[in-house]
Design a protein around this ligand. Structure first.
Ligand code: 4AD
Ligand code: MG
Length: 463
């Protein structure tokens, strides 16, 4: 029976009770008076708990004095009120068991208090032991939980769409091919040799860029669905907003239009931000103090206000007339670059903004054509500091209009997707929320490589 550090710090445990805490040393200080102070963290709370270790313990000289940052310990003792500043309780240790030593304290890669985030990316296996990455990890957990809860409470079904697929949902050609040439179970000819003419899947196979097309089929049966899983893109963009492997939340709702879709996006964000502020007060206080002093106000701003909504054409007018000199020139028909997106949300509105009804030529084939014949019912949610965090649309539910947006090859490949328009089609809509971009928005962290435990980017997959 052991006590999570969070329970002890939160006051769930009575003063005077005996506790056993298991974790890793964040730091140690030995006083001249023959007492050592250990700061032990176990991932459950932002703060470590302090253990006061008297020299009377039998292993004090032989072990406690030799402990260094990173060692794994089990501390048993009495929970007492603390005189120290910044902590209400501490443990008066009666035993310290060393479970795992650090073999060379000088060489411990994260021994120092402060490291750059760039350096810590080279220590992805150890960075969760730092303050910052502990906090990011807890907020990521809370966000994921809040998202699932939001949907479960509203009767959505969680659909596990495939990770290996034959179709390119976004049509952007950013697919990773799943190569089966080296697979163990490839069909073998009579001579026992691998028959390379027969692919494992009997056709193209890729890692999915989005679960949307598959989730649409469940939407048109289950009404309210979402998928939440890893997605993969071979975009060769070395930016702070792009990963080759990222997680996406993709709800899809039937009997719904673009306005309903924007309402859902807004409501979902409001719900998850409320939960983070309620449940991760300690971590959010840290992000405000050390990473970005606007993070908490920013989330409150989203919770308390409706999102601004504007048409793409209006966004273009604003950008053309704002007097800013952009790297990429602005005219009707361009895809918005990140500098444009950030101008709109950061400078023009100061909060997230939903831009709707984009030119059809810059958007995917499945988006619903508007009556003007020029634009589609697309929406992007743009957030200050990030740019696009959500991309979505009302889907084209009319078979003839959809067919006109696909070439013969695509029509053949997506025969099943066309079926959905032949058998009981209804207006429906959905969106994709980039989970790492969301986490950066919430924490104020700058780079999506710090929002996922092991980032995959061009030139980096092994570790
Ligand atoms: O705008 P995207 O490409 O939309 C889709 O994939 C749709 N099929 C979603 C849907 O309607 N169901 O991507 C959605 C979001 C983006 O707004 C962004 O937040 C995130 O996914 N995203 C990335 N995040 C990290 N790294 C990348 N390379 C990303 N590409 C997109
Ligand atoms: Mg997009």
């Amino acid at each position: 029976q052991f006590t999570p550090v969070s329970a002890a710090l939160r006051g769930d445990i009575a003063i005077g009770a005996t506790v056993e805490v298991r974790g890793w040393l964040r730091s140690k200080r030995d006083s001249k008076a023959g007492i050592s102070f250990l700061a032990v963290h176990d991932g459950s709370a932002f703060d470590a708990i302090q253990a006061v270790v008297p020299s009377s313990l039998p292993n004090y000289g032989s072990e406690v004095l030799k402990l260094s940052t990173g060692c794994a310990v089990v501390v048993t003792g009495e929970l007492v009120a603390s005189q120290g500043k910044g902590q209400s309780v501490e443990i008066q240790a009666s035993a310290v068991e060393v479970v795992g030593w650090v073999d060379d304290a000088e060489a411990y890669p994260i021994a120092k208090k402060r490291h750059t985030f760039e350096y810590l990316r080279t220590q992805a296996h150890l960075r969760p032991r730092t303050n910052t990455f502990g906090a990011i990890t807890r907020v990521r957990t809370t966000l994921a939980n809040a998202i699932h809860n939001y949907f479960f409470e509203r009767g959505f079904h969680w659909i596990n769409t495939p990770i290996i697929t034959g179709s390119d949902c976004e049509g952007a050609g950013e697919l990773f091919r799943v190569s089966t040439l080296d697979a163990v179970n490839l069909p073998r000819g009579a001579d026992g040799q691998v028959d390379y003419s027969q692919d494992f899947f009997g056709g193209d196979a890729f890692l999915t860029v989005s679960g949307q097309l598959e989730v649409e089929s469940y939407c048109l049966a289950m009404s309210k669905v979402y998928t939440f899983g890893p997605t993969f893109r071979a975009e060769n963009s070395n930016t702070s907003r792009h990963l080759a492997e990222f997680w996406m939340v993709e709800p899809e709702i039937a009997f719904a239009d673009l306005g309903d879709n924007a309402d859902l996006a807004e409501d979902l964000l409001r719900h998850v931000f409320t939960r983070v502020l309620e449940e991760r007060e300690d971590d959010m206080a840290f992000f405000r103090q050390r990473i970005d002093d606007t993070v908490i106000d920013r989330l409150r701003g989203v919770i308390d206000n409706r999102f601004e909504r504007m048409d793409y054409s209006e966004a273009i007018r604003i950008l053309e007339n704002c007097g800013e000199s952009f790297e990429f020139p602005v005219r009707w028909g361009i895809d918005l670059a990140s500098e444009h997106e950030r101008y709109l949300s950061e400078r023009h509105i100061g909060r997230p903004v939903v831009v709707m009804n984009y030119p059809k030529d810059i958007k995917a084939f499945y988006m619903r054509l508007n009556d003007d014949g020029e634009t589609v019912a697309a929406m992007d949610v743009l957030a200050p500091g990030i740019g696009e965090i959500i991309g979505g649309s009302q889907r084209e539910e009319r078979l003839d209009v959809l067919d006109a947006r696909m070439d013969a090859h695509l029509r053949e490949e997506l025969w099943w997707y066309r079926d959905l328009r032949r058998y009981g089609t209804v207006p429906h809509a959905g969106f994709g929320l980039g989970f790492e971009r969301l986490l950066n928005y919430v924490t104020g962290m700058d780079n999506v490589r710090d929002a996922i435990p092991f980032p995959r980017t061009p030139g980096n997959a092994a570790f």
